[in-house]
Design a protein around this ligand. Structure first.
Ligand SMILES: Nc1ncnc2c1ncn2[C@@H]1O[C@H](COP(=O)(O)OP(=O)(O)O)[C@@H](O)[C@H]1O
Ligand SMILES: [Mg+2]
Length: 253
């Protein structure tokens, strides 16, 4: 049977919210509406507005309520400024059109040399058909952009390097274990609703108090990003598991 893919971020988020273990790690996420945007900006001043079924950071917009009635939004590298909520919302409504969009509380991502980064956690069915977290890698955003995706100019980097200035070296392996556990918890919860999943890639934001937040879960995760790690054994295992559940054919030698 084919490997299961689920495009809707809204559907996947709602499955995760049903887990007591995970619901506290999901930033408030709601369907787009002008009024919902108004409410959420009054509560948290910075939100992400994104397509329900997007990828690669395309169409993702960061919206902020600033002081003195000023509002801004940024998609790509262009920042637009408005002097009222309504003029901004009109513009966003035109941009979004009839597509399904979500609004998510914005997380202030940790920074490394002034650039924001987030973390991709790869979780796969291993050769014994059990969920295993096989790869963890950071993605350092292009300074001009509001997304960290590799396909939008993000730079893959080890989390040792990215978290180095935020975490004592002695705490690194415990922190990685926490991310690994988060990874398999997410996989088990999604599997309860989508039983033919074999692999997921979780985008995790780390806030300034080092709390991990689940931004989204991809069901067609890019394995090749793990080739960027100097530890070659990580990509080899990721690839081996992909072959195991039939995403790729074994290489002929
Ligand atoms: N709520 C959020 N807070 C902070 N950054 C976010 C948030 N949502 C998305 N981002 C940034 O935008 C990127 C793309 O968003 P994501 O939800 O992963 O959509 P896509 O499917 O396009 O990858 C994330 O990797 C992250 O850098
Ligand atoms: Mg993503």
């Amino acid at each position: 049977m084919a490997i299961q893919r689920v495009h809707s971020k809204w559907a996947k988020t709602n499955v995760l919210l049903q887990s007591d273990l995970l619901s506290g790690s999901i930033p408030t996420t709601r369907r787009w509406s002008r009024e919902t945007l108004r409410e959420m900006l009054n509560e948290c001043a910075m939100v992400y507005v994104k397509p329900d079924a997007g990828t690669y950071g395309i169409g993702v917009i960061r919206v902020e309520k600033r002081t003195r009635g000023v509002y801004t939004f940024q998609s790509g590298t262009r920042l637009r400024t408005f002097t009222s909520f309504d003029t901004m919302a009109d513009r966003l409504e035109r941009l979004i059109g009839r597509r399904t969009y979500l609004i998510q509380r914005g997380i202030h991502l940790l920074r490394h040399s002034k650039r924001r980064f987030d973390i991709r956690v790869m979780v796969q069915k291993n050769l014994m058909d059990r969920w295993e977290t096989t790869g963890i890698i950071g993605r350092l955003g292009n300074p001009a952009k509001i997304v960290t995706n590799y396909h939008s100019g993000g730079t893959p980097m080890s989390i040792e390097r990215l978290m180095g200035s935020h975490l004592a070296a002695a705490d690194m392996s415990a922190y990685k274990n926490k991310l690994r556990k988060l990874g398999t918890d997410v996989a088990h919860q999604l599997e309860s609703r989508y039983p033919r999943l074999k692999e997921i890639g979780i985008d995790v934001a780390i806030d300034t108090s080092l709390k991990p937040w689940i931004l989204e879960v991809n069901t067609l995760p890019d394995p090749y990003i793990f080739r960027k790690l100097s530890d070659r054994s990580i990509f080899r295992r990721v690839y081996r598991y992909c072959v195991g559940y039939g995403r790729f054919k074994a290489k002929r030698r």
